[in-house]
Design a protein around this ligand. Structure first.
Ligand code: BDP
Length: 721
């Protein structure tokens, strides 16, 4: 259909069906009507007799959720029966509260599920049959309720069987890079949802929707502010504002964290130094932290970016990261607070491959951090590139708590114009074998403590949420938020399982919709890697806004240029990180270093990350490196086009609003993929001086034209204030 007609139809459809507009606002908590009559009557029966053991704010949240679910799925309101167990069908309560009803086996099983786990299943008591959802704490029951509602929405609920689950990682956290003026660093979905100006008086209903969405996927921690921090967030006025959010989120099991600017003692404390060993500085942080807990008694703690990209830190005073982190950790410890210190540290003043700098800083400090410190490590050593090998810090330290940092917002992966499902990338990292501390260790095993034995465990994701009506800009950005929550809960889940869950909750049960969208999602990450940075290329995007290709970026700080990373010349291309180059490979376990040092053994997807190779180096296909680079770029474009045509095959089955939204963005994605391919290949050809292989579509355009493009209004850039 041609575009104007399509848009007309869309607006017509929206006017008629306005009340059920599919604008993405409801996320995966859509609660669409149940069509199957017997399933509907089963749910109707359970909701007609909901019994809570006791009262607490989380049960209030559950009550509201059941009302919304009943309303959406059955057009009915649940009946809550209090004090009348005999009138109940659905029981909700803690193991302790329900101990009388539970057999010993069930009790022990639930106890093992820890603080956040749940058990749900059939129970028989005094001859009557019930369905029960039980946890050790109210929040466990909340998670059980969400899981149960999801099973109904995705048509997998079976009243006769029991199911239990518990998270493998303790702190499952969103990091907002939100500034106090509501701009969002690397945010592509509008402004920050935190309306600091109107807080504490005005509570935006979005705060509640946000908390529901997070709780429904197990997220239990949020850091509200940008890691490039503003000290003002630690002033009394802002604490009062943050308190409102913390109070709202508490019944959902979510704790609030804030970013702490290392120089805050000077900026808001009137001191002349921020030296972590200075008694006045220590007293400042202690007092500040005590004050914070007077407002937010369960405040989670601080997240700190120090001595990186111009942020202040302990190095200014000749102190190391452990001295900086421990001082803050000591202020938090009496309140059981956690200090999260980022390992994303590098400096252009140090003459060392950026890849190596975090390990150089943190390995010597192993064992020196307090127990309540977690070092938050990005998945790779450079910076959330479309594909990175896992960060060599995973496995390199024995006595340090390490947490994972993923980026949900798609800074380097198409921002909000591209459909790129990130779960396969995260899965690849989590499943990577580190060979340390044990030969079978994986990244997942280190961060969940099973291999590392660490008790304090964390997975953080840089949020992609903003004020856009659909929260994430691109509808499929929601899938990345969802996938992050699911993988933080269980880092061993496959991206396929997660995609299926999300599709069913978002688009319903139709098999063709499911299989088509699943294929689109599962091929999308590899496609993006192919048309952006195939075979281990990295950091060749546009300067500053990071939008689109910029392999020619040079000048200024070397480690912010593309030339630093691809090192293309007439001989070849790639970054030699073997022993003949920067030796970054030596930071990995010897089994990895040995295999990856050999260009014929390293997985080809990482080839140019670690090797500088001649243009006619032969790959396993028998083709030359140059030809393979060209073929990968071309393949990426073709997959993007296929994603679009597959999506279009669903036109008659998807509501026009979401169909058109995604379709328009896929058209942009195809153009952007072509742009990446053309610009990169034309640029690299100036060095390779070789023709493009016959079988690919010949890159068109003029390199100077691509170089001349500028994007002064690109979103998400760091504000200059
Ligand atoms: C980079 C972003 C930058 C962030 C930085 C970080 O470009 O805006 O401040 O990461 O993680 O990816 O601190």
């Amino acid at each position: 259909m041609n575009k104007p007609i399509l848009l007309f139809c869309l607006f017509w459809a929206m006017t008629i069906f306005n009340s059920s507009a599919k604008d993405g606002y409801k996320l995966w908590l859509d609660y669409s009507p149940i069509k199957d009559a017997s399933k509907a009557s089963e749910l109707n029966n359970l909701l007609n007799g909901v019994y809570f053991f006791g009262e607490n704010p989380t049960y209030e949240v559950i009550r509201n959720e059941l009302k919304q679910a009943g309303d959406g799925m059955l057009n009915m309101q649940p009946t809550f029966v209090s004090e009348r167990l005999e009138a109940a069908n659905l029981l909700l309560g803690s193991r302790e509260q329900m101990s009388q009803l539970l057999g010993l086996d069930t009790q022990t099983e639930i106890l093992k599920l820890g603080e956040d786990g749940y058990w749900r299943g059939p129970l028989e008591f005094e001859g009557k049959h019930y369905y029960a959802i039980i946890g050790n704490r109210p929040v466990g029951i909340l998670y059980g309720v969400y899981d149960w509602l999801k099973s109904i929405q995705s048509n997998t609920f079976n009243k006769g069987t029991q199911h239990s689950d518990s998270p493998k990682i303790k702190i499952r956290m969103l990091n907002h890079w939100d500034n106090l003026d509501r701009t969002v660093e690397r945010g592509y979905a509008g402004f920050s949802i935190w309306d600091w100006h109107k807080l504490p008086g005005y509570i935006d209903p979005r705060y509640i929707e946000y908390a529901r969405a997070n709780a429904s996927i197990g997220i239990n921690a949020v850091s509200l502010t940008n890691v490039n921090a503003n000290a003002r967030i630690l002033t009394t006025d802002f604490m009062k504002k943050a308190k409102v959010l913390a109070d709202l989120f508490r019944p959902y099991g979510i704790k609030v964290y804030l970013t702490a600017r290392f120089s805050a003692p000077m900026e808001i404390g009137g001191l002349e130094t921020a030296d972590p060993l200075d008694p006045e500085v220590i007293a400042f942080w202690k007092k500040k932290t005590d004050e914070m807990y007077s407002f937010i008694p369960d405040f989670g703690g601080y997240l700190v970016k120090a001595n990186s990209e111009g942020q202040p830190g302990p190095h200014e005073y000749g102190r190391n990261h452990a001295e900086g982190a421990n001082m803050l950790a000591d202020a938090l410890a009496p309140h059981r607070g956690i200090l999260i210190w980022r390992a994303f540290v590098y400096s252009h003043e140090i003459d060392e491959d950026r890849h190596k700098q975090a390990n150089s800083e943190f390995e010597p400090l192993d064992g020196k951090f307090r127990e309540n410190v977690i070092i938050q490590v990005k998945n790779g050593a450079i910076d959330f590139q479309p594909r990175e090998p896992f960060h060599p810090l995973f496995g390199a330290v024995k006595e340090t708590n390490l947490g994972m940092e993923f980026q949900i917002t798609q800074e380097y992966l198409g921002q909000a114009t591209q459909l790129v499902f990130l779960a396969p990338m995260w899965e690849e990292v989590l499943r990577s074998r580190t060979f340390r501390p044990t030969p079978n260790s994986t990244v997942a095993g280190i961060i969940d403590g099973s291999d590392s034995k660490q008790n304090l465990t964390l997975m953080a994701g840089v949020s992609n949420i903003g004020t856009d009506r659909n929260w994430t800009g691109h509808l499929f950005g929601q899938a990345n938020w969802f996938a992050f929550g699911r993988q933080a809960w269980n880092p061993y889940l496959s991206s396929k399982e997660i995609a299926e869950e999300w599709i069913k909750l978002t688009f319903g049960q139709n098999q063709e919709i499911l299989s088509t969208i699943e294929e689109i999602m599962l091929e999308s990450h590899e496609a993006a890697v192919n048309y952006m940075t195939p075979l281990g290329l990295h950091h060749i995007m546009g300067r500053s806004h990071h939008y689109g290709p910029g392999p020619w970026v040079e000048g200024g700080r070397a480690d912010w240029t593309s030339l630093y990373y691809h090192k293309a010349d007439e001989e070849g291309i790639g970054f030699d990180r073997t022993s003949t180059g920067s030796s970054a490979l030596s930071q990995y376990a010897s089994q990895i270093a040995a295999r990856w040092s050999d260009p014929n053994q390293i997985p080809e997807k990482l080839l140019l990350w670690f090797h500088h190779l001649p243009w006619d180096f032969k790959l396993r296909s028998g083709r030359s490196l140059w030809d393979e680079i060209a073929l990968h770029y071309d393949k990426g474009v073709k997959t993007a086009r296929k994603m679009k045509s597959d999506w279009e095959s669903l036109e008659s089955q998807i509501d026009p609003e979401r169909f058109v939204h995604v379709d328009q963005l896929l058209a942009i994605q195809v153009q952007e993929a072509e742009w990446w391919r053309n610009a990169c290949l034309l640029y690299f050809q100036t060095f390779s001086k070789r023709p493009f292989p016959q079988e690919i579509e010949q890159p068109e355009g003029d390199l100077d034209y691509y170089k001349s493009l500028s994007f002064p209004t690109a979103p998400g850039i760091r504000p200059q204030w």
